[in-house]
Design a protein around this ligand. Structure first.
Ligand code: OGA
Ligand code: MN
Length: 230
């Protein structure tokens, strides 16, 4: 089943961030198209490919600290963490919109989202990420997952859909969402199992996790970005 974008055409008066927050409050997940302009999406994709060509991506693992594992049976994407001090103009535009989203979500759901960690992800042809939950022990809790896609002209036959298991309990149900350029998907990190189905084309995205302020953590992690970067 392929999802029709629920929020592709929000009422003109409503900021898409408000519509996303509303959908999150209703169902815990949301899809919005044209979250950034096609020009910005193309720029972000071009920058990602330049980083790929400069060997800036690293194989992605699972877990953190002592729990970190590389396991190509689980995921085969490569990632590049974004450093708040070294963002490009286009990346800053994405951060601004994600900060708008953070404010809308905090208003609607009282989640207290505070920090964002953000990485570029690149799945080579054949790449996948098996069914999982976005949670790491030992580092501040991931509350909201956001995935922003940078791929032009994606077709169902290209594979690489994000499958979100939206069913509760005994009713396993899922939504397949194509990684179309400009599309933002977000969902409550602790609630939804999800996977990236094998892709036939190179698949590029920018994945983010909003976190609450971690009161138990003495030191800041280099990849955690203060969200207000205007
Ligand atoms: C992840 C993830 C989904 C996607 O990076 O944890 O689940 O569609 N990504 O890229
Ligand atoms: Mn995930």
């Amino acid at each position: 089943m392929t999802l029709e974008p629920q929020l592709a055409q929000p009422p003109a008066a409503l900021d898409p961030c408000e519509s996303i927050a509303e959908a999150l409050a209703q169902s815990g997940w949301a899809v919005a198209d044209d979250f950034l302009s096609p020009l910005l999406v193309a720029q972000l994709a071009q920058e990602a490919r330049a980083l790929r060509d400069a060997n800036a991506f690293r194989p992605a693992g699972t877990g953190r600290g002592d729990g970190f594992r590389l396991d190509a049976r689980v995921r085969t994407d490569q990632v590049k963490w974004l450093d708040g001090d070294a963002l490009t103009a286009a990346q800053r535009m994405l951060m601004r919109r994600l900060d708008d989203l953070r404010n809308a979500v905090n208003r609607a759901l009282f989640l207290g989202l505070f920090e964002l960690e953000l990485h570029l992800a690149l799945y080579p042809p054949g790449g996948f990420y098996r069914k999982h939950l976005d949670q790491f022990r030992g580092v501040g809790e991931r509350v909201l997952t956001t995935v922003f896609y940078l791929n032009s002209d994606w077709d169902t036959l290209d594979g690489g859909a994000l499958r979100i298991y939206t069913g509760a309990g005994d009713a396993p149900d899922y939504q397949d969402i194509l990684p179309l350029g400009g599309r933002l998907v977000c969902f409550l990190s602790a609630r939804f199992m999800h996977e990236v189905l094998p892709t036939r084309r190179e698949r590029i995205s920018i994945t983010g996790w909003f976190k609450r302020r971690d009161l138990h953590e003495g030191r800041r992690h280099a990849h955690l970005l203060p969200v207000a970067v205007r």
